[in-house]
Design a protein around this ligand. Structure first.
Ligand code: PBG
Length: 338
């Protein structure tokens, strides 16, 4: 059926939104947010021993790496334009204790990895997680006393952990433990030890999320937690105002950058934090988000690359300045080929 000119409704037909979508060059020209490898921090898992890689079944395509392999992988990421990596360790069960002392052993797996990577790739940024869960026989981020995660005693341990990481050459200390008051105390301790140039990226709004599941498999903390939750320190997924308060406190205590975690179910939180505070804001595209996309793509639900790019772009659109993502090398490789 042919029809005459449409009846004007509002600004139509003079305004036609589709005009700007007609060509690829035009869509690129009007694009508001562009993803680049500069946006990425690549989280990696390191393990003891000579085995170069051990696959993680719940994270298809991600492996635990030996220190030597991690040094190589860092170089590969750097060549793809990824500026920095975040290091997580798989600690031998025998070294896990109720007080998590291995966390501040200057020769622990994390410190050795930082030093090894820095020695070869001195111009790459290194982010280290500060929390006790990989080292703690209770699987919690803090020290357990009488069935509770003890806030202030945990902070003393986190301070020691931060100092050995800074000594090893870490550029950004990233406390993910959610204890109250730890940012200011860690900042003071770093300054006292002459590490005033070491930055703090606070996991400021970290929710008690089911999407950390594959990560807990990867660092082998799930078994030690024995089904316990982290709800007494991580945030309630139903809350927004509380996230803004957490961020305000951490900035006040000296955080240089803040993070929202997980990312995809919390885009509103990323947006509100960036708008309200205007500080460098990072999104952690966590293990469960990565797993969701990987397994759905494996099942044929959609194309993995397209899903990856759409989701990563959504974090930038929401206001994130950077993204921690296991997709970093794959996405950077895809951009290099485009
Ligand atoms: C530990 C920590 C967790 C993650 C980063 N640091 C897990 C947790 O809080 O239980 C999760 C990252 C991911 O799922 O990719 N403090």
């Amino acid at each position: 059926m042919t029809r005459g000119p449409a009846t004007p409704t509002g600004s139509y037909p003079r305004t036609r939104m589709r005009r700007n979508r007609r060509h690829d060059w035009l869509r690129r020209m009007v694009r508001e947010n562009n993803l680049t490898p500069d946006d990425f921090i690549w989280p990696i898992f390191v393990q003891e021993g000579d085995q170069a890689e051990t696959p993680i079944t719940t994270l298809p395509g991600v492996s635990r790496m030996s220190v030597a392999r991690a040094v190589e992988a860092a170089g590969e990421a750097k060549a793809l334009g990824v500026p920095s990596i975040a290091i997580f360790g798989v600690i031998d069960s025998a070294l896990k204790t109720p007080l998590a002392e291995e966390a501040w052993n200057p020769e622990n797996l994390i410190c050795r990895t930082v030093a090894a990577i820095k020695q070869v790739h001195g111009d790459m940024g290194i982010v280290c997680d500060v929390a006790l869960d990989p080292f703690n026989s209770d699987g919690h981020d803090g020290i357990v006393r009488d069935g509770q995660v003890a806030n202030d005693e945990t902070i003393e341990a986190l301070v020691r952990q931060s100092i050995v990481q800074a000594q090893a050459g870490c550029d950004i200390i990233a406390p993910s433990d959610m204890m109250d008051g730890r940012i200011g105390i860690i900042r003071d301790a770093l300054d006292d030890e002459g590490f005033e140039h070491v930055a703090i990226m606070s996991y400021a709004a970290k929710y008690a999320s089911v999407f950390y599941g594959p990560f807990r498999d990867a660092v082998d903390s799930a078994g030690f937690l024995k089904g316990a939750g982290k709800d007494t320190y991580q945030m309630d997924p139903a809350n927004t105002d509380e996230a803004l308060r957490e961020v305000a406190l951490d900035i006040d205590e000296g955080a240089d950058m803040v993070m929202v975690k997980p990312a995809l179910p919390y885009l509103d939180i990323i947006g509100r934090i960036k708008q309200r505070f205007g500080v460098p804001t990072f999104a952690y595209n966590v293990s469960g988000e990565y797993a969701m996309i990987s397994f759905a793509a494996q099942a044929g639900a959609f194309d993995r690359d397209q899903a990856m790019m759409e989701v990563l772009t959504s974090f930038k659109r929401a206001g994130a300045d950077g993204i921690l993502t296991y997709f970093a090398p794959d996405a950077a490789r895809l951009m290099a080929d485009m």
